[in-house]
Design a protein around this ligand. Structure first.
Ligand code: DHB
Ligand code: FE
Length: 279
């Protein structure tokens, strides 16, 4: 049977991708950020997962305001990096797992999650930057990726509780797939940030650190936090953090914290990163 072995959380700041693509990773500003992923890169090589369910948000790249799925799972063969205005990032295309993705769609819909199915999907920095942070610059990504897109761009996004429940449904889906596969779930986005309006540039490190604590030890309580508290304490784009709850819901109640990294600043936000193993 397939099983979920671990979860990874990471911010997805687009400037990190640009730093890597333009060979700036050794500059002091960026070096501090990349060094937080040294452990993670080796860990990922050692774990060697078959598939990553990569939970991210599309930033009005593949979906525009005309059509915004709350949750969407991509079941195509492969996904090209999106052109977000400066040309597509020079990273490998993402190879999907259509059979597992279709099984997950079947399972979660029968489990009352009326999720949107998508086949072709250009994947933006929300998905490719965490891949770069965790894998560096390989010729090909070393595992298959099933993109799971969550709306956090156009209000109303789903509740944190619903995200946590989706994680639990994803786990049931994976564990009912009749093939031996090592599957990880990654949650991306965050941490506190606001890119617009009078509070643009807002960062709340105290909130970020508490979020990093609670998502490990008290995720079900954290899942009850309403959107207005994300807005208030984490800024308007801090609501991206609800995607970490999907990753956490897919894991055991008790997990082993293998790695934690927090660094401010990275562009307009902080880089937060966790590696959790099921135990
Ligand atoms: C930034 C962060 C994001 O999550 C994003 O999607 C875009 C920009 C930033 O910090 O600049
Ligand atoms: Fe973002």
């Amino acid at each position: 049977m397939a099983r979920i072995s671990a979860g990874v959380a990471s911010s997805h700041v687009p400037a990190i991708g640009a730093a890597l693509d333009n060979q700036k990773q050794t500059e002091p500003y960026w070096q501090k950020i990349f060094s937080g992923f040294d452990y993670s890169k080796q860990w990922l090589v050692d774990q060697n997962p078959d598939v990553v369910l990569l939970v991210y948000n599309d930033h009005a790249t593949a979906f525009d305001a005309n059509l915004v799925p709350t949750f969407a799972i991509a079941c195509g063969d492969s996904f090209d990096p999106a052109d977000e205005g400066w040309g597509a990032r020079p990273v490998p295309k993402v190879v999907g797992h259509p059979v597992l993705a279709s099984h997950i769609i079947q399972s979660v819909i029968q489990d009352d999650f009326d999720i949107t199915m998508v086949r072709d999907l250009a994947v933006d920095h929300g998905l490719t930057v965490p891949l770069s942070l965790m894998c560096g610059q390989p010729e090909e990504w070393p595992f298959k990726v099933i993109p799971i897109a969550v709306n956090v761009v156009l209000y109303p996004p789903p509740s944190g509780r619903r995200c946590f429940q989706l994680g639990q449904a994803l786990r049931r889906a994976v564990e009912s797939f009749d093939e031996d596969l090592d599957v990880q779930v990654w949650g991306t986005g965050g941490m506190s940030h606001q890119l617009q309006g009078p509070r643009a540039g807002f960062i709340n490190s105290e909130f970020d650190r508490q979020f990093l604590d609670k998502i490990v030890s008290h995720p079900a309580d954290l899942a009850e936090m309403p959107h207005v508290d994300y807005l208030r304490f984490a800024g308007s784009e801090g609501v991206e953090l609800i995607m970490w709850l999907i990753m956490r819901g897919a894991l055991n109640e008790s997990v082993a914290l293998k790695h934690r990294f927090y660094h401010v600043p990275a562009s307009n936000t902080a880089v937060g990163h966790l590696i959790l193993e099921n135990r």
